[in-house]
Design a protein around this ligand. Sequence first.
Ligand SMILES: NC(=O)c1ccc[n+]([C@@H]2O[C@H](COP(=O)([O-])OP(=O)(O)OC[C@H]3O[C@@H](n4cnc5c(N)ncnc54)[C@H](OP(=O)(O)O)[C@@H]3O)[C@@H](O)[C@H]2O)c1
Length: 264
Amino acid sequence: MTKLVMITGASAGLGEQLAYAFAHRQMRLLLIGRNRQRLERVARKAAKLTTAGVAILVADLAVDNGAPVWRQCVAKCGLPDILVNNAALPGFGAINGVPVAKMQQVLQLNTVVPITLSQLFIQAHYRDQRSSYLINLASAGAELALPYAAIHSASKAALLGFARSSRFELRTTRIHLMTVLPSLLATGHFQQQTVPYLRANQLIIKAMTASQLVPAKVAKKIVSATLQGQQILRLPMAYQWFAAFTRLAPNISRKIVALPYRTR
Ligand SMILES: NC(=O)c1ccc[n+]([C@@H]2O[C@H](COP(=O)([O-])OP(=O)(O)OC[C@H]3O[C@@H](n4cnc5c(N)ncnc54)[C@H](OP(=O)(O)O)[C@@H]3O)[C@@H](O)[C@H]2O)c1
């Protein structure tokens, strides 16, 4: 049976590429975002890749933590078999410089919204006999001590905690929860969010620019890892090794991670 995939933040960046990657697998799509024009453009392109149908829902997930969006999605297309909690705001910047309202906005969209939607998804699928898939987009910043990323890291670490704890309860269900921890993605945030905090060294900036992951490739990996029932996906491969090293030697890891940044 054709699977229905609900993707939040599908109008741009990784969410857009996830739409194409799932469409390529002949899945039915429900794409969510606030920008109608961009969503319609993504839907048109995705519709050329799948015969299963593509719908959009123009909505702000920040309203009541996404619960009304979930209800509208279910009413419009039925219960999704796959939910991708991808929408997020960048939460970078020195702690002293991030206004409280901005911090709350980030924590709401990056943490409270995906956890609310995850809970609604789990409640809806708890007793199902067939498999369903819940994918939460966290970040390498959830487990690495990234300078000038305290709000971002806090918002994403919560998703990791949610996954680790809920694994116990999900063991007896057919719900597969996967948390994705990518490093830098080439979705256009690097210049504004990261470069201001790097040392003024062209080699560092060039190396970090080159290290950005290609969203289309990341999206394909997410889709295949999802269908394999993987629980955690760290990207790129080198980060998987570095994450293991971080668990063994957190202080050395912290110093390595901070090297490219302006720190006192
Ligand atoms: N970029 C990176 O380097 C990086 C690294 C690690 C992890 N990640 C994570 O990967 C995911 C995708 O990142 P990205 O860089 O592709 O993000 P992006 O390009 O900024 O796209 C964010 C998406 O979220 C949607 N969105 C934002 N606020 C919304 C709201 N209130 N309601 C509904 N939709 C909303 C945006 O669409 P509208 O404007 O149309 O609403 C857009 O489609 C995020 O979870 C991010 O934290 C990113």
